[in-house]
Design a protein around this ligand. Structure first.
Ligand SMILES: [Zn+2]
Ligand SMILES: [Zn+2]
Length: 469
């Protein structure tokens, strides 16, 4: 069995930063030693981690490889997307299997397994999107939890006619989740109201990308978030996880519920922490299409970004995921020229999340421990992957990143590995760099060199969330 000794680094986890050496045997972390106390000689390779942070591999709990959307498909396959994730220090993704309205849930899941099997460079798991809640799909929820290792279900309060569930359907799915221990993940935007605003906007001749944001106002995210929280309370405090939270007033709803001790959690994404309605979505001409995503980027003249960083510190926001859903500009984003409502929704960031959040450490907005917690440990615990993933500890999978705080990363379409013809982060510089990436004991990235392979990644059956009472 191959062995690795990671020597001289600083191991960072939720408990803080500790100088230590890490011994990996086979696919697992075997032992953690005081510096220099590890084995001196033997059949192992030594990785010098001097001056580097040794962190658990990133867990990105929200990606959409090959998602069908608006007449096209997200441009990363499981092959290209997981390879890009690996370059960026993410060693586990949780992607969303899709049940479209009218489709059998298990068929949607089987289709997702078929897309991913043998293609992934890192380990992967699935949430299940429910595009139609009825007697059959409610039964399927039990079967997925019991037999398939799928313990979280995404519902949509937006996209009528595509993924939308009405309040009665949402309540039924929440009651089922309360019974079987699953997590309900909610896309919380009031879709029917948004559709009215979109129609009115287009009738006024407003076709540019910025109107995507202006027709999805904060109030309709806050209202849906609040409604989801109330519905979950009717379902006997069913566990609820708000995805891609972008707005201050939505965060207030989550914070208030958490103050009452409710099973309510939320994630945000890097784009909401850094990018804005005016500077990106409002870029001249059709350029803003690169940043069309839902929920939308918010105004820089309001307090959203500062509040989201604060929410991450206070744990009202527990997780940072990417909502990676890349579309090329040419032929994909361009579907919406002359009509912003036809622009495929999504930004590609799976490669950059670990770096972008490390910049928050450099900027004094997050502690080192909180960085690791929000990108790795908490998502693993939230979605039933801990302690196999999300921590560097004896017995855990040896998914480890050596992070170099003295190097720099410059993001560009010229150098990224995602299958996109542009970058939403073009020219952004990070004061830190992913140096080495280890997935289940194998070094898959060192410096800019790739050693991984398609098919190395395994499907992970998940347990229930650690955070539930
Ligand atoms: Zn969503
Ligand atoms: Zn999503």
């Amino acid at each position: 069995m191959s062995s690795l000794l990671i020597k001289g680094g600083t191991v960072v986890g939720p408990q803080g930063a500790i100088p230590a050496d890490v011994l990996v045997i086979g696919e697992k972390v075997s032992a953690i030693f005081m510096p220099g106390d590890g084995p001196v000689e033997g059949d192992f390779e030594v990785l010098d981690a001097t001056g580097k942070y040794v962190i658990p591999g990133g867990v990105d709990a929200h990606t959409h490889m090959e998602l069908p959307f608006g007449g096209t498909f997200a441009s990363d396959t499981f092959d290209t997307g997981t390879r890009a994730a690996a370059f960026g220090g993410t060693t586990t993704i949780i992607d969303f299997a899709v049940q479209r309205t009218g489709e059998v849930v298990q068929d949607g899941l089987a289709a997702w397994h078929a897309k991913a099997a043998g293609e992934c460079h890192i380990d992967y798991a699935f949430h299940q999107i429910l595009g139609g809640v009825d007697d059959e799909s409610l039964k399927a929820m039990d079967q997925l939890v019991t037999d398939e290792g799928i313990t979280s279900f995404k519902l949509f309060m937006a996209y009528p006619g595509v993924f939308y569930s009405d309040d009665g359907q949402i309540l039924r799915a929440m009651q089922k989740a309360r019974d079987n221990g699953a997590m309900i993940m909610m896309h919380a935007e009031n879709g029917p109201a948004i559709d009215v605003l979109v129609k009115q906007s287009l009738e006024r001749g407003e076709t540019d990308p910025i109107h995507h944001g202006l027709t999805r106002p904060e109030a309709l995210e806050a209202e849906a978030t609040s409604r989801a929280i109330w519905l979950a309370s009717v379902a006997a405090d069913c566990p609820l996880y708000i995805v891609h939270l972008s707005a201050s007033k939505a965060l207030e709803q989550v914070a208030a519920a958490r103050d009452l001790g409710r099973n309510v959690f939320a994630e945000t994404c890097p784009q909401y922490l850094y990018l804005t309605l005016e500077d990106q979505l409002g870029a001249p001409g059709f350029e803003g299409a690169k940043w069309v995503c839902s929920t939308p980027l918010r105004s820089k003249h309001e307090s959203h970004r500062a509040d989201l960083w604060k929410g991450l510190r206070s744990n009202d926001l527990s997780v940072v995921s990417t909502d990676h859903c890349p579309f090329c500009f040419k032929d994909q984003k361009e579907l919406g020229i002359g009509d912003f409502s036809k622009i495929p929704n999504g930004i590609g960031s799976v490669e950059h999340r670990v770096d972008l959040l490390y910049q928050g450490v450099v900027d004094g907005k997050l502690s080192l421990a909180r960085w690791v917690e929000t990108i790795a440990t908490t998502p693993a615990r939230m979605f039933g992957l801990y302690p196999r993933k999300g921590v560097v500890a004896p017995g855990s999978d040896a998914d480890i990143v050596l992070y170099d705080p003295s190097a720099r990363t410059r993001i560009s379409v010229e150098t990224h590995h995602m299958n996109m013809d542009h970058s939403a982060w073009e020219g952004v510089e990070i004061a830190g760099k992913v140096d080495t990436v280890i997935s289940r004991g194998s070094v898959i990235v060192s410096g800019d060199t790739y050693h991984g392979r398609k098919g190395h990644g395994q499907f992970l059956r998940r347990g229930l969330s650690d955070y539930l009472l």
